[in-house]
Design a protein around this ligand. Structure first.
Ligand SMILES: Cc1cc2nc3c(=O)[nH]c(=O)nc-3n(C[C@H](O)[C@H](O)[C@H](O)COP(=O)(O)OP(=O)(O)OC[C@H]3O[C@@H](n4cnc5c(N)ncnc54)[C@H](O)[C@@H]3O)c2cc1C
Length: 450
């Protein structure tokens, strides 16, 4: 790749924020904002993306990291949503080198779905996903003791943060600007259909301004805080639901991702093998604040007890760490499981707000938001085949060359940015990236001083 996208690029952009004009300003560098940024940029629309933390530091690095159609959504009758998600899954598997198709096992016992329902559901799921497979129940007595058997089906795993950042870098490659650690603190209408966005650079503590024709509010769980800053209003049907995961060591005997129902409350859960770890989750609980990004004891205990039925020798001491994310859902259901997982878009004055975007369907969400953005910008936006991922890492070679590439082209500022959101070490390595901390520190220092 020719173009650098690093902490040095960031400095140049920050210094230019003295009333610089953009057609569009995207607030939020999670998957929703990243997809829209990439699509607008591919249309030659000058766009600025800002995130108050690192890119993907909100929910888009704390998901289950599945790229899936959602068996559960199909079971709930959301056939169109499942079809849309499966199309997007297939696109990402085909067009990236980091969305990997896997064979999932779905376990059958008295708490689970009835085998006939599962057989029919999986048949439909695979057909919608483009595969003709007659689901078969395996009754292998050595696997999954205490269960009647299991079915298999196809889905995919990825790294949510890397997918997000690849989209941001792709948008930058088409000429738009993106910066992390830059918080929007004020949004005001100006004359001539323009909006003034005040941006606090969290690194230097100074503020700058961008003038934009329109603003895209892609702040996920903070969507209401951002809307309120501009219009004083809130979206009443925005529901925040916290989901937690625990990470345990992958001892090697769980090869395929497992879907099962918790014996505690019948909720669907996953055990997902990822390199040196197993990621186990998740919970689904309404919360009031968008800032509750931490796993509590109750969640940890629920996940542990649910997973112990599948992994009988699992001990509490095996839990290496946990994490939580907040789903920004839009809907009316009075329990989190009943609120739709589809996205929702609203326009108010010169702001387009988007919420409920899943990692899997961010491209579709970006294409839909283009219709609203077109109206405000007064110009045609092409969406066919967009957004496209133009940036993917090439073969990494050694850890040193991988770090050089990430630092130069993916704008990490701090060691934690690399550990959590560039290389996923926190999630996929047993030591959570501890052993690489000093090398990463050194590499960042070396790049800064060049
Ligand atoms: C536990 C859990 C598991 C999930 N699993 C899956 C899964 O397996 N597959 C799937 O497809 N989906 C999954 N999802 C759903 C998916 O992760 C989320 O819907 C998605 O990440 C939301 O993205 P977003 O961009 O809307 O929000 P976020 O990722 O939270 O991005 C919003 C961004 O806005 C920034 N921001 C906020 N305020 C400001 C401001 N004033 N100025 C500048 N920036 C600001 C934040 O820093 C943040 O980075 C899961 C969700 C959860 C919680």
């Amino acid at each position: 790749m020719e173009l650098d996208f690093s902490l040095k690029t960031r400095e140049i952009i920050v210094h230019g924020l003295n009333g610089k004009y953009f057609d569009a300003c995207v607030i939020g560098g999670g998957i929703a904002g990243a997809g829209i940024f990439n699509l607008l940029s591919a249309n030659g629309i000058s766009t600025l993306l800002v995130d108050k933390g690192d890119f993907a530091s909100g929910t888009s690095s704390y998901s289950s990291k599945l790229i899936h159609g959602g068996i559960r959504y199909l079971q709930q009758g959301h056939i169109l949503l499942t079809r849309e998600l499966l199309r997007e899954r297939n696109y990402l598997v085909k067009n990236t080198n980091f969305v990997e198709e896997k064979e999932f096992n779905i376990l059958i016992d008295n708490y689970s779905w009835n085998p006939m329902t599962i057989r029919f559901g999986l048949f439909l799921y695979e057909i919608i996903g483009g595969k003709l497979r007659i689901p078969k129940m395996y009754r292998d007595k050595y696997s999954y003791k205490g269960f009647k058997g299991y079915f298999t089906y196809t889905d995919a795993v990825s790294d949510d943060a890397y997918l997000t950042i690849s989209n941001i870098v792709s948008g930058a490659m088409n000429g738009s600007k993106a910066i992390n650690y830059a918080e929007v603190t004020e949004i005001n209408d100006k004359e001539a259909n323009q909006v003034e966005v005040k941006i606090l650079d969290k690194v230097s503590g100074t503020s700058g301004k961008a003038i934009c024709k329109i603003v895209i509010n892609a702040t996920g769980p903070w969507v209401n805080e951002t809307l309120k800053m501009y219009t004083g209003k809130k979206i009443s049907n925005l529901k925040l639901s916290k989901g937690s995961h625990v990470i345990v060591e992958n001892k090697g005997y769980i090869k395929n991702p497992i879907a099962f129902k918790s014996h505690i409350d019948g909720r669907q859960m996953f055990i997902i093998p990822r390199d040196e770890t197993l990621i186990i989750g998740t919970t689904d609980k309404f919360v009031d604040s968008p800032n509750e990004f931490s796993i509590d004891d109750e969640d940890r205990d629920y996940i542990f007890r649910s997973a112990k039925r599948i992994i009988p020798d699992l001990k509490e001491e095996d839990i290496l760490r946990g994490y939580a994310g907040i789903r920004p859902l839009y809907g009316r259901g009075n329990s989190p499981g009943r609120v739709t997982r589809d996205f929702h878009i609203e326009i108010d004055r010169r702001m387009v707000s988007i919420m409920g975007v899943k990692i899997t369907n961010y491209r579709n969400a970006a294409r839909h938001s283009a219709k609203y953005i077109e109206r405000l910008l007064g110009r045609k936006i092409y969406t066919k085949g967009l957004p496209q991922i133009l940036y993917q890492r090439n073969s990494p070679g050694t850890i040193e060359t991988l770090l050089d590439q990430v630092i130069r082209y993916e704008m990490p500022l701090y060691t934690e940015d690399i550990i959590k959101r560039r290389l996923g070490l926190f999630f996929f390595k047993k030591d959570g990236g501890e052993s690489l901390k000093s090398l990463i520190d050194e590499k960042l220092r070396e790049y800064r001083s060049k």
